[in-house]
Design a protein around this ligand. Structure first.
Ligand code: AMP
Ligand code: GLY
Length: 423
């Protein structure tokens, strides 16, 4: 098998690691990749939006399977484009990916199929949206309809901020022609849940908990995710059954009723209150940084899982997990998620990885004049697996102390929810 990974973050580094364990691979490529991914893949300098070049590269290098990390090329239709040339792609079609690219589409599917989710209304007109807001109580949840790299959601404590968010959206801050979704605030604990479907069956994978806010105690602005752990203790088999029966199965069924087949990974962002799950949103790709923890725990062959999905055969796949816990802590650049300085030299990764429990995934790194530098907002993902979550966390935080670069920031409390329940 020759496999091409599309993307350049910590998630794609973890995907490369998981694929590299398989005896079925001949060659692994990544595009554009990053300095960490080079450990497993030949990295190719092609932009993820340049579908024509990706197709030519895939044909010239006998790529058997393409796996796509980020949402943008999936929502732009890379799967349909490459499949048109008989190249297998592990990613849903453009139409199915509306589950992520249009919050309105997802709400329609949820309402049509009685899937538990917050009540919501959408507006194309700012005045009407503002009038509707007056009828609600804080906190107000305001969402731009399209893709916005996790930044199109505002949770506002007062009506003034809520109205300002409406102005931002209708002024085109998240793209032109926007519509806006105003949604009831959901109380509870957030959970990321992952499943794979081959168009016929849904194979539940595992759950994880992300930490979206920048600062300890869940304070500060929303980010792409500052750390995650897997599996969370709240995820009982009873809760998993509810997620499957009340949310994932009706979603796949609802898509089918509209003539849409979903093949690939389905990532549900959920709110759980008193053991009852509600859908916040869908993503049509692996989560970042959840995947870094999740794939550490995957014991069975990842390549085979992708192949069985493509072949419509996941019911015969024997999914196995390590009976351990994994955690990943994001090291970011001071200033993220807004402006940050780049190009500080990074030291200490080799030292940190001397601990066999620890793996460092690269997210936003580059090589500059022969030195490894911190160029992205999220820079590294310090990941650890151990018998208990406390132990995994200890290993991760002691590895972090060995890594240095100017502007290094991170949260000190990843997994606090789980650990406060255990102890
Ligand atoms: P999304 O991009 O839809 O995942 O939203 C980003 C974050 O905003 C979520 O991870 C939640 O923390 C929060 N959020 C979104 N919608 C709601 C809601 N209806 N109620 C409470 N929190 C929400
Ligand atoms: N960690 C959340 C996401 O990947 O969207």
């Amino acid at each position: 098998m020759n496999i091409l990974i599309i993307g350049s973050g910590g998630r794609e580094h973890a995907i490369a690691m998981a694929l590299s364990k398989s005896p079925n691979n001949n060659r692994l490529f990544a595009l554009p990749g990053n300095p960490g991914i080079r450990e497993y893949c030949e990295c190719i300098d092609i932009d993820v939006s340049n579908f024509r070049e990706i197709k030519n590269f895939s044909k010239n290098n006998n790529i058997d399977l393409v796996i796509v990390g980020p949402e943008v090329p999936i929502c732009e239709g890379i799967s349909d484009y490459l499949k048109g040339d008989k190249i297998d792609v592990f990613a849903p079609s453009q139409e199915a990916s509306k589950l992520e690219s249009s919050k309105k589409f997802t709400k329609e599917i949820a309402f049509e199929n009685n899937i538990p989710t917050g009540k919501a209304k959408w507006f194309n007109n700012q005045t009407e949206a503002s009038v509707y807001l007056e009828k609600l109580e804080a906190p107000y949840v305001i969402k731009a309809d399209g893709l916005a790299a996790g930044k199109g959601v505002a949770i506002c404590e007062n009506i003034k901020d809520a109205n300002n968010s409406l102005i931002d959206i209708f002024d085109g801050k998240f793209g032109s022609g926007q519509s806006v979704l105003i949604e009831d605030f959901l109380y509870g604990e957030e959970l990321s849940y992952f499943a794979i479907t081959d168009g016929k069956e849904i194979l539940p994978l595992i759950g994880a908990q992300d930490h979206k806010r920048l600062l300890d105690k869940d304070e500060g602005p929303n980010t792409g995710g500052m750390g995650a752990y897997c599996p969370p203790p709240m995820l009982s088999s009873e809760l998993e059954n509810k997620i499957m029966m009340q949310i994932l199965e009706p979603t796949i069924y609802g898509l089918k009723k509209r003539g849409i087949e979903y093949k690939g990974i389905l990532f549900a962002g959920l709110m759980v209150k008193e053991n009852e799950p509600s859908l916040i949103e869908y993503n049509i790709r692996f989560g970042d940084p959840e995947t870094q923890a999740l794939l550490m725990l995957l014991k069975s062959d990842f390549t085979e899982l992708l192949i069985e999905t493509m072949n419509g055969n996941i019911k015969n796949y024997n999914l196995e997990w390590e009976k351990k816990r994994a955690i990943t802590v994001v090291l970011a650049n001071n200033g993220y998620p807004s402006q940050y300085n780049t190009n500080a030299e990074i030291h200490g990764i080799k030292e940190a990885e001397k601990d066999p429990n620890v793996k460092i995934f690269h997210a936003g790194t580059s090589i500059s004049n022969g030195a490894l530098t911190a160029t992205g907002g999220r820079v590294l993902n310090v990941t650890s697996m151990a018998d208990t979550l406390e132990e995994a966390r200890r290993h991760a935080y002691s590895a972090i102390e060995k890594i240095s670069y100017k502007g290094k920031i991170y949260r000190n409390d990843i997994a606090w929810r789980a650990l406060s329940k255990i102890t």
